[in-house]
Design a protein around this ligand. Structure first.
Ligand SMILES: Nc1nc2c(ncn2[C@@H]2O[C@H](COP(=O)(O)OP(=O)(O)O)[C@@H](O)[C@H]2O)c(=O)[nH]1
Ligand SMILES: [Mg+2]
Length: 365
């Protein structure tokens, strides 16, 4: 998308980030901080299972920590919470920045909370930092959710590779489920690889689009459309009926070109306004219809199993990679060997082998 197009289409502009609102009990957190206490494994597990948001937040912080002892404790917590996980609807929400994801989450989130659900909102944004802009840093867009006792909003983990960020979010899903959140939304930036990652951890994948701006203009790759269980054309309140109808037609046609999925579900195209709540309850009905259908035909469970297997291998790859780059011998030589590749002195393969040799030799000692 050219800068010019971007500027001419205000709805596609990227929002400036604001400071995070964790929607957590700050007083409680301060108390814990002041005490400087560390909780025992049982205290964590009991706290989470009783729905204590402060303890949930602290456990997520352990997941996100770079300290080995924190991570190990986090793994033990997850393990003990496992029997209480899985009973949720996991919904992935994507679309280009500015399409209205956060506003949509506020609208749909309030709708489902009104129906008695408990919602956790997580995010995957490998580019985010805690202080700078983040996709969940929209206090104004999620104003009511952020202060609702039945909603828990946690910004994207920061730092590290997409794989690392994804693993932390996956682990966080478990803890949120154990804490009684029956619906999990995962927002993603909508600008590349993170969609595939989110798709691999949700039951239903929703793509938000706009009318009157072709999908190429919106920077949505074909592969992402192909993963969508539904496309919702947002901001219909400000688009002409003609443009909306045309967009619906075009996306329906595009979706029909894809091979049928194993879920037996044919992806839907729908319209909404996150601002006026138009079409929002219909989207929730659609998600529930999907759940019912895929639970009946067995796809839901198959898919969850496939995902669990995928996470296992993904975690292995991810941890191995981290371990490799953390290795002092590798760290020491990495720059130099990379430079040799750039200078054309050795091939990429030889360079990789050199570093791997250093790593494995170190391992043997
Ligand atoms: N008119 C209109 N504006 C919307 C709608 N949804 C979101 N917006 C606006 O679009 C801008 C970007 O929304 P935001 O939720 O931050 O998008 P995100 O970057 O995808 O999370 C904000 O100014 C919203 O108020 C909608 O349905 N109608
Ligand atoms: Mg947003």
């Amino acid at each position: 998308m050219s800068d010019e197009t971007k500027n001419n289409n205000p709805s596609l502009s990227v929002n400036e980030g604001v400071e995070q609102n964790n929607a957590i009990n700050r007083k409680g957190l301060e108390r814990f901080k002041n005490k400087g206490s560390s909780l025992s494994l049982d205290e964590y597990v009991d706290g989470i299972k009783s729905g204590n948001r402060t303890i949930l937040s602290r456990a997520i912080t352990l997941i996100e920590s770079t300290k080995t002892e924190h991570r190990e404790l986090a793994q033990d917590i997850i393990e003990q919470c496992l029997p209480d996980t899985g009973n949720s609807i996991r919904l992935g929400i994507t679309g280009v920045p500015g399409v209205g994801k956060s506003t949509f989450i506020e609208s749909l989130g309030n709708h489902i909370i009104d129906q008695g659900n408990k919602l956790a909102v997580l995010a995957i944004d490998p580019s985010s930092t805690r202080t700078k802009g983040s996709i969940l840093g929209d206090k104004t867009r999620m104003e009511t959710l952020a202060t609702n006792d039945n909603a828990f909003i946690r910004p994207s983990p920061t730092g590290g590779s997409l794989g690392g960020v994804a693993r932390k979010t996956r682990e966080t899903i478990y803890l949120c489920e154990a804490a009684g959140f029956d619906t999990i939304f995962i927002e993603t930036v909508g600008v590349g690889q993170s969609e595939t990652t989110v798709h691999s951890m949700v039951d239903f994948f929703l793509l938000l689009m706009l009318a009157g701006a072709g999908d190429e203009l919106q920077g949505i790759k074909r592969g992402i459309m192909e993963m969508a269980d539904a496309i919702a054309i947002n901001k219909v309140d400000e688009a002409s009926e003609k443009a909306v109808n045309q967009a619906v037609r075009e996306y329906k046609n595009a979706l029909h070109l894809y091979p049928e999925t194993k879920s037996g579900w044919s992806p839907k195209v729908t319209t909404c306004s996150a601002l006026t709540d138009q079409g929002i309850s219909e989207i929730w009905e659609m998600v529930q219809e999907y759940m019912q259908q895929t639970k009946e035909n067995g796809y839901f469970e198959d898919n969850r199993n496939r995902q669990a297997k995928h996470w296992m291998y993904d975690t292995i790859s991810n941890r191995l990679t981290e371990h490799f780059y953390d290795n002092p011998a590798v760290k020491k030589k990495q720059q130099q060997i990379e430079q040799q590749v750039l200078n054309g002195e050795i091939s990429s393969f030889k360079a990789a082998q050199k570093l791997l040799d250093l790593y494995f030799r170190k391992m043997e000692n």
